[in-house]
Write a new protein. Structure first.
Length: 482
């Protein structure tokens, strides 16, 4: 371990690689989130329908690029895959800028499928690193780092319009300087991600290799990708994946419906700031060394699920009388008394909807340690997430009642919560180090703790554990107590 108990700061460390991956996500998806929270993708309110159609196209393509992008990642490697993906976000921001300046739709419509491909490449890579590179005891912290780096990107990109619009009480679009700043951040962030390495080139602090990645043909990659859709446990989780980013569409739309530009900017900025400490609080639960993995997961799930359901029920109550064809003539400003409740509900909804991502990543990472399988699991998660967001964009573009939109999102959250409780009780194991998995490498300190030597297979651990007296069968727990 390094300074203050942190992992060693080495280029070939999986922890540093997760930070680099997070930089790419923050420079791409972080800015995308900030744009959507401003309402209408950061553009003028009267451009909302065009931008929603573009985003619906984006998410529809994202479904396919993510669901089958694991094969691309395994062939190109994480560095090239993420770098290409991040650059497509610059194309997207440029299209919004172009539309804001000219009102012409051709460029934004073309940018939709381009960023759809790129978004899949970015998030497959990021999810692969966050779930496949850490040890079992670190999977909560890696997921938190990923989501908090995205939030940091949103904070940086969110403070720019707050500063620029601090003295404006109009609903005008985003200034040109904001778009230019975002594009520069994206290009630089994308180039930084070229530093990402394959897992077999990385070593943990105890000297063990992170994973092995045997070469496979294109057909083997595609076949492996298709077979993941036959996994019953993964299929059970699809309802939990669907609403994961639909809340972004809803929040941005209601934000633009109710609030003026400087109020939207303030809400977007504070929401992502609050997400960061909330993420670390959840990580403390998910990686708590005194509990087994099943208990950590279930406690973490409960701490997110309860306020999440409360927030969405409240949203349905709040918007029950909203008429989308007759928006308020005077938008809410942050100096008005009614802003207080709007602020509180927005924070509650945003923070716990974002923490849902952490829960999903933790559950996926708990199912397997195989980096090859995790690539495809994360791809399906991001693909279904994109499909869910596309559906909400489509519904929002035809202006369905907000109460119906919020109710649909809540329904899938409730189904997902039930599925995760079932999996946590009956399928999540306290460790997967006790059996062999493709590409997975057991850390040296785990092997040494079980009286084995570095290089032995996971099956040897299973035999060693089976020969121990009752009460010592949990490899992870015995290591943590030591």
């Amino acid at each position: 371990m390094g300074f203050l108990g942190l992992p060693q700061l080495r280029y070939h460390s999986p922890w540093v690689q997760n930070i680099i991956s997070g930089v790419g996500v923050g420079a791409s998806a972080g800015i995308y989130v900030a744009l959507n929270l401003l309402g209408a993708g950061g553009g003028r309110p009267d451009s909302a329908q065009v931008v929603q159609v573009v985003n619906a196209t984006l998410c529809a393509v994202w479904f396919f690029s993510s669901s089958f992008g694991g094969s691309i990642l395994n062939k190109l490697g994480p560095g090239i895959t993420m770098c290409i993906g991040v650059q497509t976000y610059a194309v997207y921001v440029g299209s919004l800028w172009y539309y804001d300046e000219t009102g012409k739709k051709g460029y934004p419509y073309a940018a939709g499928p381009i960023i759809g491909i790129g978004a899949g490449m970015v998030f497959i890579t990021a999810g692969y690193v966050a779930t496949g590179y850490p040890e079992e005891r670190e999977k909560g912290s890696y997921a938190t780092i990923l989501m908090n780096m995205q939030a940091l990107g949103s904070v940086i990109s969110g403070i720019i319009p707050v500063i620029i619009n601090r003295n404006s009480d109009t609903t005008a679009g985003v200034p040109r300087s904001v778009y230019i700043s975002f594009i520069i951040i994206m290009i630089i962030g994308g180039l930084i991600t070229l530093l990402l390495l394959r897992p077999q080139k990385l070593t943990r602090d105890d000297g063990s290799v992170v994973a092995v990645d045997p070469p496979r043909t294109a057909w083997q990659e595609l076949r492996s990708n298709l077979l993941v859709f036959t996994d019953p446990i993964l299929l059970m989780m699809i309802p939990a994946f669907l609403p994961s980013e639909g809340f972004l569409v809803y929040s941005g739309s209601v934000n633009a419906y109710n609030n003026n530009l400087r109020t939207r900017s303030l809400l977007a900025f504070i929401a992502v700031v609050m997400q960061i400490p909330a993420g670390w609080a959840l990580q403390a639960v998910l990686d708590y060394p005194g509990w087994g993995r099943r208990k950590r997961g279930l406690v973490g799930l409960t701490s997110v699920a309860v306020p999440l359901v409360i927030a969405w029920v409240w949203e349905m109550i709040r918007t029950r009388n909203y008429d989308r064809n007759n928006p308020p003539t005077i938008s809410t400003d942050w100096v008005e008394p009614r802003f207080g409740w709007i602020f509180f509900l927005f924070m509650l909804n945003w923070v716990f909807s974002q923490l849902w991502h952490n829960i999903v990543y933790y559950w996926i990472g708990a199912l397997t340690n195989s980096p090859q399988k995790l690539t495809h699991y994360v791809g399906v998660f991001r693909g279904v997430l994109g499909a869910g967001e596309a559906i909400i964009f489509g519904l929002d573009s035809i202006k369905i009642p907000y109460i119906a939109e919020a109710g649909g999102i809540l329904l899938f959250y409730i189904i997902g919560i039930c599925v995760f409780y079932y999996l946590g009780i009956y399928h999540i194991r306290d460790t997967n180090y006790d059996h062999a998995e493709e590409g997975a490498v057991v850390p040296n300190h785990i092997l040494e703790g079980e009286g084995l030597t570095p290089g032995q297979r996971a099956g040897d651990i299973s035999d060693a554990v089976a020969s121990k007296p009752k009460g010592h069968e949990n490899v992870e727990t015995s290591r943590e107590k030591a």
